[in-house]
Design a protein around this ligand. Structure first.
Ligand SMILES: NC(=O)c1ccc[n+]([C@@H]2O[C@H](COP(=O)([O-])OP(=O)(O)OC[C@H]3O[C@@H](n4cnc5c(N)ncnc54)[C@H](O)[C@@H]3O)[C@@H](O)[C@H]2O)c1
Length: 472
């Protein structure tokens, strides 16, 4: 989101092929190269347990197959990281900083190619993917500024099996920028591969981004090895709109809080509490604007909503809407599958963004994370009432408030039990600001100076300059 290293003159291990530029149209990319990355090169896992298909969300087409890594491959990746850490940790902070800056420069240079691959891989609009790529290089530049004074880490990254492709480009860029071979490795797989990583005795920190149920398992496994964990988990965040808000800003804020990346954003403000005086005007405008969102081929410039990540996930989201209707909610717009006119997109995972009215706090659509383009509108009367309702959740990732009364805005965000709060905007996440959750949305922080703390160990060294006095 709106998201959380010597200058080498030539790529030392130039294994990348600019594959996205060759196939930058939806429906044309074919996976040809291995997706694991170890010791500075793409490799096939030595013990690939089985292969899985990777689908293009925009078309539903199989782009290729890749192998899930077994325990032996995970161990080799860990050994590779350990060897690279010895080299990396001997470098000065300034040297590491220069490598990070070089990686940032390469990402800027290859922005369009990387954004295209991201879009092909995850279905979001190219418009949004470009923002993500910009945040990536900004993140590297920000931390390059801090790197001069601190130690670096080696990392093994396991992406979701639904989005295995684009991260390998990042691994290649790090190598090209001068990171020691093995410092950043990629292992592909699902739950079993993730478990091998968490349980490996030489992995000293686990950082997990995903759902609460998986987060619980990650924490249990990490506890057995006394490993520190960062958990970036799900949410069901409140967005509170007071009647004195600038209506147009509040509507824009609600759209930004719900419909980026087809609603697949952890910190989305999906419980939209609207003060009763403006409920009708706000709802009318939100529905009108939602109906105008351009859905379709995510690689087209004017598309603002692409495809959801997978067919099962699309069905799950639609299931939440069916259940909401059964429980008494009213579909004010959208909520059904969408089939674009372009025949190559007919098997893609599209749906029309949905606004639900007549919602109550006890409905499933209001209590559970849907992770799709579904906004629930809930009327309220007083500040005291809305705060109690907004905090009545096991989640605590984010929250937002729209009002012209700045004292009230600060009072409300101070009372919200959430790790990130927005006043008069939503889903803006500059890299300087720490991001993370309260309650079951997790703990630890990504981004900002605070993020460093969760990837560092303190060592206290006490030096005696004189003789040792003893009481014995
Ligand atoms: N807080 C944040 O920063 C943040 C950001 C993005 C997404 N999310 C959350 O992520 C969720 C959606 O992502 P998802 O569907 O990929 O989540 P998920 O929990 O299903 O899977 C996440 C990852 O965990 C792996 N995994 C699954 N079972 C495992 C196990 N037993 N041991 C080890 N690894 C295992 C999966 O292969 C995948 O890579 C949502 O809840 C969303 O809110 C949070």
């Amino acid at each position: 989101m709106l998201p959380r290293r010597s200058l080498s003159l030539l790529p030392r291990f130039c294994s990348f092929v600019p594959f996205a530029t060759m196939s930058s149209k939806t429906g044309t990319f074919h996976l040809q190269q291995p997706l694991n990355y170890r010791a500075g090169a793409r490799i096939q896992p030595v013990d690939g347990s089985h292969s899985e298909e990777v689908n293009e969300p925009a078309t539903g087409r199989v782009m290729g197959k890749f192998l899930f890594s077994g325990e032996k491959e995970v161990d080799l990746a860990v050994q590779s990281a350990k060897a690279a850490f010895k080299i990396w940790s001997q470098k000065s902070g300034m040297e590491r900083s220069r490598v990070l800056l070089e990686a940032a420069r390469i990402i800027r240079e290859r922005r369009e190619e990387i954004a295209t691959m991201e879009t092909i891989n995850n279905g979001k609009s190219i418009f949004e993917a470009r923002v993500d790529i910009d945040i990536s290089w900004q993140c590297l530049e920000y931390y390059a500024g801090l790197a001069g004074a601190i130690a670096g880490n080696a990392m093994i990254y396991k992406p979701s099996p639904l989005t295995p492709i684009s991260v390998v480009m990042l691994a290649e860029i790090f190598t090209q920028a001068g990171v020691p071979n093995g410092l950043f490795n990629v292992v592909q797989g699902g739950a079993a591969t993730g478990q091998f990583l968490c349980q490996h005795q030489d992995v000293s920190k686990v950082s997990f981004t995903g759902s609460v149920p998986t987060g619980i398992k990650i924490m249990e496994m990490s506890a057995k090895g006394i490993k520190p964990v960062t958990l970036e988990l799900g949410g069901k965040s409140p967005l509170i709109i007071f009647s004195d808000s600038v209506l147009e800003n509040a509507v824009n804020g609600a759209l930004m809080a719900n419909f980026l990346t087809q609603g697949e954003v952890c910190c989305n403000g999906t419980r939209v509490f609207v003060q009763r005086e403006i409920l009708e005007a706000f709802t009318k405008e939100v529905v009108k604007r939602t109906q105008k969102i351009k859905i379709g081929d995510p690689l087209l410039e004017d598309t603002r909503m692409g495809a959801l990540i997978s067919r099962p996930h699309l069905e799950r989201v639609l299931g939440f809407i069916t259940q909401a209707k059964e429980q008494g909610a009213k579909v004010l717009c959208g909520g059904e599958p969408y089939v674009p006119d372009d025949p190559k997109l007919k098997n893609g995972y599209y749906m029309r963004p949905c606004v639900l009215g007549d919602c109550r706090d006890d409905m499933t659509c209001v209590k559970e994370e849907i992770f799709g383009p579904v906004m629930s509108i809930l009327p309220f009367d007083t500040e005291e009432e809305v705060l109690e309702r907004a905090n009545n959740t096991t989640f605590g990732l984010a929250g937002g408030v729209f009002t012209r009364d700045i004292q009230r805005a600060h009072r409300v965000v101070a009372a919200l039990q959430a790790g990130t709060c927005f006043i008069n905007n939503y889903n803006v996440s500059p890299v300087e600001l720490p991001f993370g959750g309260y309650k079951m949305s997790g703990f630890g922080r990504e981004n900002g100076q605070a993020g460093i703390e969760y990837y560092s160990q303190l060592k206290t060294v006490c030096v005696e300059m004189g003789d040792v006095e003893s009481v014995f």
